[in-house]
Ligand binder design. Structure first.
Ligand code: AP5
Length: 215
């Protein structure tokens, strides 16, 4: 099963992706995490992406498509993959569909995480993440067991530069202008499932699992 998690920044895509990938044995591929790893390693792609990410706008489609297809082609993805943060434009979705079709594959389900801008802004401005494995925490909604460190690996948690309030506003504008049209694209393809993402983490996981098992 190949799955896409769609939704605005802060909808909980990363939080749910880890759980859903584990539950269904899928390879979790987060475009944001891959880009941040490229930046950390100071690769050419990472350097090109840096300015776009810091401004809260999208990295060009050709760079993202090439990057994601490298990961989708990995043997670990053969049993199925979960895409988190990609595709994010209609051009990316079309490019993905064409490249998958050439390999005899396709996206089976797109889970659209529905939540409003006020709620996601509260989530993002309280977010802390593990710089080592990318796991997100929230100072109020899902705090780490021990203050300031990752539950899984003990690494000190950090805040993302693009979670500053002005960058969050820009990311939301980018989402509404460039990513929201994907709701129509995947509805027309007959594979979009809406899920209410406003509940607690366990509640949202249960809703997504149900949608995936019954699709
Ligand atoms: P990316 O890293 O993909 O960021 P994003 O999509 O904006 O998503 P986030 O990671 O901010 O949020 P999320 O939905 O994963 O929420 P999370 O689970 O962390 O992209 C960053 C940048 O990279 C982009 O701006 C762009 O420049 C570039 N980029 C990436 N992909 C690209 C692409 N395809 N094309 C072009 N450019 C691209 O949760 C948020 C917080 O809420 C956490 O603190 C969490 O603990 C908490 N939380 C989660 N669920 C709940 C819940 N149910 N209740 C309460 N709190 C919750």
């Amino acid at each position: 099963m190949n799955l896409v998690l769609l939704g605005p920044p802060g909808a909980g895509k990363g939080t749910q992706a880890v759980r859903i990938a584990k539950a269904f044995g899928l390879l979790h591929l987060s475009s944001g995490d891959i880009l941040r790893a490229e930046r950390k390693a100071q690769t050419e792609l990472g350097r090109k992406a840096q300015d776009y990410m810091d401004r809260g706008v999208l990295v060009p489609d050709d760079l993202i498509l090439a990057m994601m297809m490298v990961h989708i082609a990995k043997p670990e993805a053969a049993k199925g993959f979960l895409l988190d943060g990609f595709p994010r434009t209609v051009a990316q979705a079309e490019g993905l569909d064409q490249r998958l079709a050439a390999r005899g594959a396709r996206i089976r389900i797109v889970v659209n995480m529905v939540i409003d801008d006020v709620e996601v802004t509260a989530r993002l401005t309280g977010r802390w993440s593990c710089p080592k494995d990318g796991r997100p925490f929230h100072e109020t909604f899902s705090p780490p067991k021990k203050s300031g460190v990752c539950d899984d690996c003990g690494t000190p948690l950090t805040r993302r530069k693009d979670d500053e309030p002005d960058v969050v506003s820009q990311r939301l504008r980018t989402y509404h202008a460039e990513t929201k049209p994907l709701v129509k694209y995947y509805t027309e393809a007959g594979i979009l499932k809406n899920v209410d993402a406003t509940g607690g983490v366990d509640q949202v996981t249960a809703l997504i699992e149900k949608v995936c098992r019954t699709a």
